[in-house]
Ligand binder design. Structure first.
Ligand code: SF4
Length: 485
């Protein structure tokens, strides 16, 4: 279900080569399995080997790619599809973009847009970082797209898992830091698929082959698959929040099953923050796997607790004065699980905190004796500049308060505890971790980005935010030195 008070901006991307001519249907099915990564717009470009055809729109994938639209894309042997969340909600920013015979879509966010725009001497409107990246690629010298990629990609900074399509070749590129997942699979007709998560491979009966590596490029065409590498290395900075909230629990990303990691987070959370409770419930549904882990470790029975209505839209885009109403629309309390009981409610994360307040209030109004909130990740204190839009820094509840007891008081819970940095990294790596006084380095040491928890950004933030905010960020946050090139 759509969540509220959760990260907003994120994307899913798919590329397909199907020699039997089923690229469009496969790219669509795969994209639907990535709908959780973005619900505000989607697009697809298909090619039969001679011509690119594009369709894109606003809304859910099923409302954009209707039975009358799909045939207009033809019997493609290549297809590229993309789904996104957009705060602006305009069609201008929906991907893919096409320029000079190359279609491009991406998952992530570039952090040096100003530099790229200056390099190109652009002073007109820049539709998005993807649009700018495509313009940058197109302006490079070279007769082949691969040459243009080789020249342009090392200039880009930030998070980017790109899929590009010319009329007869599919191109796949992952940034040097490996922020966003990108997996490669084999289709039964001998073709290939790349996608943000393995859930997309399962949707089309593809076999998982491997992850696309950081700094790796793939070229896929009728002659097969070839790889090339960019001479551009960054510290491995995989987004740890993919495991916490973004990816589907049935997906395997960064080499591990997401559900298993979330369960381990729940288990660690119990070890660090046990509570006397009668029942464990999940704050549906992103807390589901962690709640199971907490219940198994504690021996406290897990119950449904609340029924979540999957057909209510995103409450976080509702006006503030309708939040309470939306909470009641979204959740139905299962009285036999709640009345007179001490509830331990597990959430994956807390962003602004208003959803947590509403949830606690809902349980108490319906007769819960106590409500204890346990969060299966550390406090979110800093914004993300690598493709996930949580909220502004000022909106983050863990930034507004200096202590966890203050956050507990604001949300009205009887107790509140978060998973520690060590607990999260240990759950993800399955290896015991000690801080040794280097708390902010713990995620980087394990090959992950955890900047939204620590404020330690692995790639410098050069643009994408207003100048005043940028200056404030540079004053307040730790920016790691530029990656060695
Ligand atoms: Fe992921 Fe947080 Fe890093 Fe953004 S800042 S890439 S959400 S870990």
């Amino acid at each position: 279900m759509a969540q509220f008070d959760k990260p907003r901006e994120n994307c899913g991307v798919v590329g397909v080569f199907s020699p039997s001519g089923e690229a469009v249907s496969k790219a669509l099915l795969a994209l639907i399995s990535l709908q959780h990564r973005g619900q505000e717009g989607a697009g697809m470009v298909a090619s039969n080997g001679t011509q690119l055809k594009l369709h894109k729109g606003l809304g859910l994938i099923s409302s954009i790619f209707t039975s009358s639209v799909i045939p207009t894309l033809g019997q493609g042997i290549f297809a590229l599809s993309h789904t996104r969340y957009s705060t602006a909600g305009t069609l201008d920013a929906v991907q893919p973009f096409i320029n000079d015979g190359l279609a491009l879509a991406h998952n992530g966010n570039l952090t040096n847009m100003n530099d790229l725009a200056e390099d190109l001497d652009l002073d007109g409107e820049i539709l998005s970082d993807t649009w700018l990246a495509l313009e940058y690629i197109c302006r490079q010298e070279g007769a082949q797209w691969e040459e243009k990629f080789r020249q342009s990609i090392p200039k880009l900074r930030g998070a980017f898992s790109f899929v590009g399509l010319s009329k007869d070749k599919l191109y796949v590129i992952r940034d040097p830091w490996g922020f966003r997942p990108l997996v490669l699979g084999r289709l039964v007709d001998g073709g290939w698929i790349v996608a943000s998560e393995t859930s997309a491979l399962h949707a089309v009966d593809a076999t998982f082959v491997r992850e696309v590596m950081p700094s790796e490029g793939l070229v896929i065409d009728k002659n097969g698959l070839s790889t090339f590498y960019f001479d551009h290395r960054g510290p491995l900075s995989r987004c740890i929040f993919e495991y916490i909230y973004i990816a589907r629990p049935d997906s395997r990303i960064f080499g591990q099953e997401v559900h298993a990691i979330r369960k381990r987070c729940g288990k660690k959370l119990f070890e660090e923050a046990p509570v006397d409770a009668d029942v464990v419930i999940s704050i549906p549904h992103s807390g589901d796997s962690a709640a199971r882990g907490y219940s198994e470790a504690s021996g406290i029975p897990i119950e449904e607790g609340v029924f979540a209505n999957r057909y209510v839209g995103r409450a976080f885009i509702e006006p503030l004065n309708r939040r309470k109403q939306t909470t009641h629309l979204k959740y139905g309390v299962i009285s036999s699980d709640i009345v007179g009981k001490r509830i331990c409610a597990i959430d994956d994360s807390i962003v602004r905190g208003d959803a947590s307040s509403s949830f606690v209030r809902l349980l108490k109004e319906h007769g819960a004796k106590e409500v204890h909130i346990r969060v299966a990740s550390p406090p979110l204190k800093f914004p993300c500049f690598y493709g996930v839009d949580f909220a502004t820094k000022e909106e983050l509840i863990a930034n507004r308060h200096t202590s966890i007891p203050c956050i507990k008081d604001e949300i009205g819970a009887d107790s509140l505890a978060y998973l520690s940095y060590e607990g999260l990294v240990q759950a993800v790596t399955n290896v015991a971790v000690k801080l040794n006084g280097q708390a902010e380095n713990i995620f980087g040491s394990a090959g992950f980005c955890g900047a939204c928890f620590t404020g330690k950004y692995p790639v410098p933030i050069e643009t994408t935010i207003p100048k005043e905010d940028k200056l404030q960020i540079l004053e307040n946050y730790t920016i790691l030195p530029p990656a060695s090139l």
